[in-house]
Design a protein around this ligand. Structure first.
Ligand SMILES: [Zn+2]
Ligand SMILES: [Zn+2]
Length: 384
């Protein structure tokens, strides 16, 4: 199929997905539509037990045949945002919007399916197509991995739209391009009392202030200035009136770092600060942190492979723009060698904005790149 024909097929599908955004694990209509399109192409859908999202397969039998398996991943969920784009195909549901371009990713993977299905008989292996639920809530990738459907996959490829790149331009870099992301909670238990008699209390508000102030030294004094990271305190609570020292106070916030190990160091350093304040304030402090997704960790050779293949297809390719957002594609990369790149869509507003627009113009390029990468990866893997 030529690029024009492909684009003509993809635009109506994209507009349908854009009109029908659904939140993580509620992507029932979206999944039904994807199933329908794949069934029309004669593509096999695997029995994974996933309630929403799916994994499909094109090509020859899996690992037992000795032939390689690679995967292409798109995510399918929308966000709890009311769309204000003014598009003729804007969301039909108030409070739901495809504001992160997952409708674009879904359509691009379907486009790759169209191209790969045409070559099904000659593919030197199998391509698995992942339509992942619940990326925004960061649980979907783990759920797909838990099905075992990717156990035989040797390389995995994924993309994300970027409003910061011109339409159709590819941004790809080795290593961390999306941050390790997570949060922390700190509960300070002191001893409340009359504000005029502080010596009879263990003031949790002072401890809270010390933690907030000292936490700012982690990025500025402990982290390497060449390793971007963020500690943001976003929620504090303590007390409810002017003349009472409360018994408890609470802090929560987020840590982000372009490196999974660096993230852990920052989280542990915050724990040491908390311990120090606990000791000097005489309060008891509970500190917990989590990492909802590790950093994207692009395989250097595969990053070059994506840039070279994009250029072969006539697409401009440069480095990606590092992002302090998280992406649970990183969970696949902890088990499977993989690469995640950006494709430019232009546009005035950033992702997660009510006026965000992922223009459909680069859809056929995105699909061709995905299909070409899968095909070339199978050829390379079957000859080694
Ligand atoms: Zn998002
Ligand atoms: Zn996204």
């Amino acid at each position: 199929m030529d690029m024009e024909g492909l684009q003509e097929k993809l635009v109506p599908a994209f507009e349908w997905f854009h009109r029908h955004p659904e939140l993580g694990y509620a992507e029932f209509e979206t999944t039904a539509r994807i199933r329908e399109i794949l069934a029309g192409l004669g593509v096999e859908i695997l029995d994974t037990g996933l309630e929403t999202g799916l994994v499909a397969r094109i090509g020859n039998a899996g690992i037992r045949s000795g032939k390689p398996v690679v995967a292409l991943r798109g995510d399918i969920d929308g966000l709890p945002i009311t769309e204000d784009s003014g598009l003729p195909y804007a969301s039909e549901t108030p409070g739901r919007m495809h504001a992160c371009g997952h409708d674009f990713h879904t359509t691009a993977i379907l486009g790759a399916a169209i191209l790969l299905a045409e070559k099904k008989a000659t593919l030197p292996g199998t391509v698995k197509l992942i339509f992942q639920p619940a990326e925004e809530t960061a649980g979907g990738a783990a759920k797909v991995l838990a099905t075992g459907a990717l156990d035989d996959v040797r390389e995995i490829y994924g993309l994300h739209v970027s409003p910061d790149l011109p339409p159709g331009q590819i941004g790809v870099s080795p290593g961390a391009t999306f941050a390790a992301v997570g949060g922390f909670k700190i509960t300070i238990r002191g001893k409340g009392g009359h504000a005029g008699y502080p010596h009879l209390t263990r003031d949790p508000i002072i401890a809270l202030g010390q933690i907030i102030a000292t936490a700012q030294s982690i990025v500025s004094r402990n982290a390497n200035p060449f390793d971007p990271s963020v500690v943001s305190i976003t929620h504090v609570e303590g007390g409810n009136t002017w003349n009472v020292i409360p018994p408890e106070a609470f802090i929560e916030g987020t840590i982000r770092s372009l490196g999974t190990e660096k993230y852990k160091c920052i989280a542990e350093r915050l724990g040491e600060i908390v311990k120090g304040v606990e000791l000097t304030s005489g309060t008891r402090i509970d500190y917990t942190w989590n990492m909802s997704s590790p950093a994207i960790d692009n395989d250097p050779a595969l990053a070059v492979f994506v840039a070279d293949t994009a250029q072969e297809l006539g697409l401009a390719a440069g480095p990606s723009i590092p992002c302090m957002g998280g992406e649970d594609f990183s969970l696949y990369q902890q088990r499977i060698k993989g690469v995640f790149w950006n494709i430019g869509i232009g546009g005035a507003e950033g992702i997660h904005h009510p006026r965000f627009i992922a223009g459909p113009a680069p859809l056929s390029s995105a699909a061709s790149l995905l299909a070409r990468l899968a095909e070339k990866a199978l050829v390379r893997l079957s000859s080694t």
